[in-house]
Design a protein around this ligand. Sequence first.
Ligand code: MN
Length: 489
Amino acid sequence: MQMPSFDDLKVVLDARYSEFDLILLQTAYEYAKLAHEGQTRSTGEPYFNHVFQTAVKLAKLRLPSEVIAAGLLHDVPEDTERTLEDVEREFGADIAGMVASCTKLGKVKYRGEERYIENLRKMFVAMAEDVRVIFIKFADRMHNMETLYARPEHKRLRIAKEVMEIYAPIANRLGMAEYRGQFEDHAFKYLFPRDYTWTQHLLEERVRKFGPAMNRAIPTVEKELKDHSVNYVDIHGRMKHCYSLYKKLKKYGNDIDKVYDIVALRIIVPSVSDCYAALGILHSLYTPLPGRIKDYIAQPKPNGYSSLHTTVFDDQGAIVEFQIRTQQMHEEDEYGIAAHWRYKEGSAKNKHVTWMEEFAKIQKEISGDTFMDHLDNMKLDMFRDRIFVFTPRGDVIDLPEESTPVDFAYAVHTDIGNKATMAQVNRVVAPLDTTLKSGDVVEIVTDKNRKLPNEDWLRFVKTHQAREKIKDALRATKRSFIAKMLGRS
Ligand code: MN
């Protein structure tokens, strides 16, 4: 299989990227290619293809060059001889920091425990620390989903479930409808193959049924817009995502005739006034269906969605739905926060502002106060002074900052706390008062003959839980000692 060339990436980059950006990207391209040399993926293709495709997806989101570079480098420390320090020496702290967060995030794994799903989502967002890392992780996972067929079945199911439960809802909250739709469709295919095939057939049937009318309408509408000097950027057909149709069908008792927006034509125009001008032209050309005209520009949906919708009968009596929107509305609908991010310049200068504040500010611009409702849901502030550490099995333990292995031990189980003798942090022996960091893998070595926790631990534990349990155990022993003494006398 052929190795993608730097030119294959260059064609995706628009004029926004400077000569400096191109130099950075070419350097990262060469670096990653060399680092992954000789490695292959389960599909049999060179490993480098994966990081390359990740970068292409980031370039298509038109994110800053340092994010695309970090995409090229995201698997270097984990999977090659080069270390994070090597990456930092070559590309600086900002890019190395994004790569490090990606590696850490890779450890957040869904293990099928339903009650932890919401925590996992919060943890994913909190651990990313920087919204740019979420974009990289999304692009990375999207390419993994595209090549998921090559993985063994148990891995396919675990990864598909993780995407459905963790990635798609986060994409949704970030307003990234296109990523959410693609994540859900990929996962749907592996989790419910029969329902997927059934829905896919229905979709194809609809396209066969409505396709001819849509194909007829495109040149007619184009000509009419031109004749009335209304500018347009693009007219294209769009099909509902498979999983989203499936959910609607379930809601409407599988009656597909109750779902109107399965196929639609999108008209992208330069300005808001062009949107209304185009709507007027459509209505003079075709007969609108009563009650199907929606002005989401004057009254955006709660998530900030803006467009004009109308459904019409064409001259042969066929029904066609139109969605009219500006380029910016279109990009915001499909790519949400990523669309906003790309317009920002030099994100490095905002380093002092935590990304959540930045993120909240941008989202506020998009959709007024509604985003705060979502935020409330995520309760991210709560997580600002929390760390997330892992058991050797990959379960997540959520602790306050500066917690120690003793706090961890009591959070796992009282008995493990009481009998702890030693800790291993990231497979290295560490004292029980070590300060833990997010992403650490912690293992507690216990001694089953040990009867009591050490009173000294009270000096350094951070959690209320650990402190109380240590005191309880010590108190209980004192009581039984006294009881023994009394019994003896
Ligand atoms: Mn990867």
